[in-house]
Design a protein around this ligand. Structure first.
Ligand code: GLA
Length: 672
């Protein structure tokens, strides 16, 4: 069995993507020297090098990589070795033009960028196995290799391909799922709009249609696409497992990127040996450290609570956003240590040395264009020391307070056209509820809706439009046994085939919530409604009839005026809250405060933007306090304890200057 952590890396990982193929060999020695100065422990190599490794079909040039691996290894730095299958060479496409992906509009994309891949192309599937075999044979037992980094960010920039080969693969996937055409017709509801199929060959990807395309067909297509890409990861992984025994295999996720939701990472996470993730701030958004925390929490949850690894983030600005806002002094360190606090056993970057050429030349790096006489470099060196000092946290696990349900498949379904309101977005609600939990200083685990939830005193369902009977039963069981459930609007509406549950909404949750929804009454664009507790909401309202639940707050105006807006139902040994509208941040925080009281979960009364998260290991507990605010703060701790970054002894309080991070070891925070 492969290890679950880079082999031979007995420290936290620190380093980045290292692409020295862009530089003459004279620079490589300097790179390695500076890496040591910065405290780098691991680098990712080879991710974009297929055309260098195999310059002509079947002719390989490994000399440069042999040399590089030896150089890095001699410096005591571990290597995450990439398979370059995100960038097949020009000669490959010349021979196999059909391996370029086709868009939904029927346009075949061109070579000249990266990630132009039809994952159902037989030629591509053979080629990735063959290059993985070559690398596995040559480097499978190389002492530098700690981890295999397969491909790069599957699904980005293109996931689905609408070509004929993919259509055939889709039909095979459907035949597997449904066995007969009759079952497919039933599942897709093809009697509607006369879409009945009487031959498999008639079944197509959801290509561009004159108006709304069959939603069940689109949903299955999204599932197929995620599975089809995963098959290609598994192809490479299996080759590497065979040729490189014991070395773990990963591929870098983008777990919380809202533009990249084409993969069901719950399924993917089961197939990797180590869960790794890339995260980039959306620099222009206010308080973007909340999205960072959310990304880290999702990734840790995908790893089932085990340590995971941040494989990429940035030292400063990226280059692909409209305005690439530079990180402020200290921000990189806070970002990195927040990931570590939330379970990453390291912090890595894209990339080591800033490129001078190519599409990413204005992207920040550990070693910027300004060189070592620069603020970024000084902060990189400082962070390397901090990461070194945090070695004791390795292997410890984050202590979570509550769970939130998260389901990519439900989001795919909710995002399809012709829903009751274009403004109601699952991801927006998940972000809003997460931000409320962040502001209550509650640490969140994310959970698949089918997961065992009994370990959590409080579970939030921020958006779960699609809900199978088994998920509904899971939630019912959770509440009956004493759990506190908070459900947000438009959840439990359809089953996994996008068929509305029988009876009034929310079919799958009526009994547990103790109510029915007579009617959805979406709001006008920009309209706000007022609730009788003084808070406001927008986008959505519902006309509710109570069937056992109590009314907590009501709408005072708008289409549901006078009706309950937020309800609470005591059932079994637990409680189920329902929020029928899109509450603003104040309202969400208030609901969470009250639901947490039901769950007997004491909140943490800390100032805004003081992030507190704890990891617990065999040898101690580690309290990370990250001060994102402009003022010094004091946080109570139980001592005696030691602060790992400064060495300071701590008794009852830790002072954290504005913008700084402190990690208090062997203590339990006094107010928990
Ligand atoms: C992604 C990719 C990297 C690089 C960075 C830039 O995460 O994996 O190769 O392009 O974005 O931010």
């Amino acid at each position: 069995m492969a290890a679950q952590w880079p082999v031979g890396l007995d420290a936290l990982a620190y380093g980045g993507d290292y692409n020295p193929e862009q530089w003459p060999k004279t620079v490589w020695r300097e790179d390695v020297r500076l890496m040591r100065e910065a405290g780098v422990t691991m680098v990712s190599i080879g991710i974009f090098t297929w055309s260098l490794l195999e310059p002509e079909p079947g002719q390989y040039d490994f000399g440069w990589l042999d040399h590089l691996l030896d150089l890095v290894h001699d410096s005591g730095i571990r290597v995450a070795l990439g398979t370059p299958t995100v960038v097949p060479p020009a000669w490959f496409y010349q021979r196999n033009p059909e391996a370029l992906p086709v868009t939904r509009e029927g346009v075949r994309l061109a070579f000249g960028s990266r990630g132009a891949i039809c994952h159902s192309s037989a030629a591509y599937q053979q080629a990735i196995v063959s290059i993985a075999e070559q690398l596995g044979r040559r480097y499978g037992r190389h002492p530098a290799v700690a981890l295999w980094h397969v491909h790069n960010e599957y699904g980005v920039p293109v996931s689905a391909c609408y070509c004929d080969a993919t259509a055939a693969a889709f039909r095979r996937w459907l035949a597997d799922r449904y066995t007969t055409l009759k079952e497919l017709n039933e599942a897709w509801g093809t009697t509607f709009w006369g879409q009945t199929y009487n031959s498999w060959t008639q079944v197509q990807p959801p290509r561009l249609t004159p108006t709304a395309c069959n939603p069940a067909q689109q949903l299955d297509w999204a599932r197929f696409t995620s599975d089809e890409l995963l098959e290609n990861f598994i192809r490479e992984r299996d080759v590497l497992h065979a040729l490189s025994p014991g070395i773990p295999v990963t591929t870098n996720f983008q777990a919380a990127l809202s533009q990249c939701e084409s993969l069901d990472y719950w399924a993917w996470a089961r197939e990797v040996d180590v869960v790794t993730n890339d995260h980039y701030l959306v620099a222009e958004t206010d308080r973007n450290h909340i999205n960072l925390a959310m990304s880290a929490d999702i990734t840790r949850s995908l790893a089932n609570g085990r340590p995971w690894l941040l494989l990429e983030h940035s030292t400063g600005a990226v280059n692909w956003q409209p305005r690439n806002i530079a990180k402020r002094p200290g921000e990189m360190g806070r970002n990195s240590l927040a990931h570590v606090g939330r379970g990453s056993d390291g912090a890595m970057f894209f990339q080591w040395r800033a490129s001078r050429i190519g599409a990413e030349k204005f992207h920040s790096a550990m070693l910027p264009h300004a060189g070592t006489e620069s603020r970024i470099w000084r902060e990189v060196v400082r962070l390397g020391r901090a990461i070194g000092a945090l070695a004791p946290v390795r292997g410890s696990r984050v202590v979570a307070d509550i769970a939130m349900l998260w389901d990519w498949q439900s989001w795919w379904a909710q995002r399809l056209e012709w829903r009751p309101s274009v403004d109601l977005d699952a991801r927006e609600r998940a972000d809003a509820w997460y931000a409320a939990a962040y502001d209550r200083h509650l640490t969140v685990d994310f959970a698949h809706p089918d997961a065992e939830l009994s370990g959590y005193p409080l579970v939030v369902v921020p958006a779960l439009y699609t809900m199978s009977e088994s998920v509904a039963a899971n939630l019912r069981r959770y509440v009956e046994k004493g759990g506190v459930l908070v459900v947000s609007c438009f959840s439990g509406i359809v089953d996994e085939r996008d068929v509305v549950h029988p009876g009034p909404y929310p079919g799958a949750l009526r009994d547990v919530l103790g109510l029915t929804v007579d009617e959805f009454t979406p709001l006008l664009e920009g309209e706000r409604v007022r609730l009788d507790n003084g808070t406001t909401a927008d986008i959505w309202a519902e006309v509710i009839t109570l069937e056992g639940a109590e009314r907590i707050w009501s709408y005072t105006n708008g289409p549901a005026a006078g009706h309950p807006a937020v309800t609470r139902h005591t059932t079994g040994r637990g409680t189920a809250w329902y929020v029928s509208t899109c509450l603003g941040q104040d309202g969400l925080v208030t609901v969470l405060r009250q639901a947490a009281a039901d769950a007997m979960l004491p909140g943490r009364d800390l100032p805004r933007d003081i992030e507190v998260v704890e990891r617990a290991g065999i040898e101690g507990r580690y309290l990370f306090v990250i001060n994102h605010s402009d003022e010094e703060t004091t946080v109570p701790v139980t001592g005696p304890a030691t602060e790992l970054l400064t060495g300071e002894n701590v008794t009852a309080h830790i002072q954290v200057p504005a913008g700084e991070v402190r990690v208090v070891a062997r203590t339990i925070w006094s107010e928990r």
